[in-house]
Ligand binder design. Sequence first.
Ligand code: FAD
Length: 321
Amino acid sequence: MSRKVLVLGEVRDGSLRNVSFEAIAAAKTIAEGGEVIGVIAGETVSALGAELVQYGADRVVVVEDEKLKQYTSDGYAQALLAVINQEKPEGLVLGHTALGKDLAPRIAGKLSSGLISDVIAVEAGGGNIVFTRPIYSGKAFEKKIVTDGLIFATVRPNNIATLAKDESRSGEVSSLSVEIINLRAIIKEVVRKTSEGVDLSEAKVVISGGRGVKSAEGFEPLKELAQVLGGAVGASRGACDADYCDYSLQIGQTGKVVTPDLYIACGISGAIQHLAGMSNSKVIVAINKDPEANIFKVADYGIVGDLFEVVPLLTEEFKKL
Ligand code: FAD
């Protein structure tokens, strides 16, 4: 059964976030040969439409308004609902990002629809679309199907492979005029706490430090390794609570959930709440002085040693590659 599926393209600093392309790949599976339509909201974003098409969207609808320059729940909900009203899709996919986590429940509420959030895999099988999502802080996985109504999901970044970019693909980029009214909040300025480096939730490599780094300066060797590998720096709550780094770096149950290709945990014991945020990483390397540390139970490679000796050695070796 072919379906029409909408995908919200998420824009940050003038570019589409990679999760938008992952959402298109998920939407292609849901569409089962039907049409995948990208939606982009913002002040001047129509130039980004072509990229959504190159990653697999059949066409793109753009809603432009100066009130959409910064994300607000009210403004984006009005824009997306207007496109939904025009297109009447059978499926809808957003990234499971801060934006998606805020917007998707609001849209689901307005449409009286269900929502399958934080999806890590989508398959078509036996006439159904089967969604897989982690539950109990990543200790188990559940599979869900939608039996009635809109198939609405948010997809966790870094889990669903994007389709190969095809620069020869072309598709219509049309614009929909929407009156954005009655905004209860207006964002005047965004001040980023961590503007440097790679976005943690989308990074392919994450170097994380725990209480074992012992100080804010102790993060310096980790930052250097992250820079050499083109990765981002993360942290345990232990390190954040000790004021060695900002809470925006916290990974875990009450922090960010990351699934990079490579996660290097340095001086992190491996508490269950930390594992909830990183145990689905593709390759996990743990560096810890304590051979009994719980982190070694989830690690693919374990190095028992002092992180202040091991991390600089790794950095030197990676620099040679
Ligand atoms: P520790 O447990 O103190 O471990 C430090 C490790 O460093 C030790 O294993 C030690 O052997 C090693 N070490 C010390 N020196 C060195 C060295 N020189 N070289 C190598 N290794 C060294 N935690 C999170 O991380 N994320 C969360 O989201 C989170 N949410 C929570 C929510 C709740 C409701 C609660 C109750 C707790 C939460 N926690 C969370 C806290 C969690 O339980 C742990 O306390 C925390 O993860 C411990 O951080 P840590 O591993 O850095 O510190």
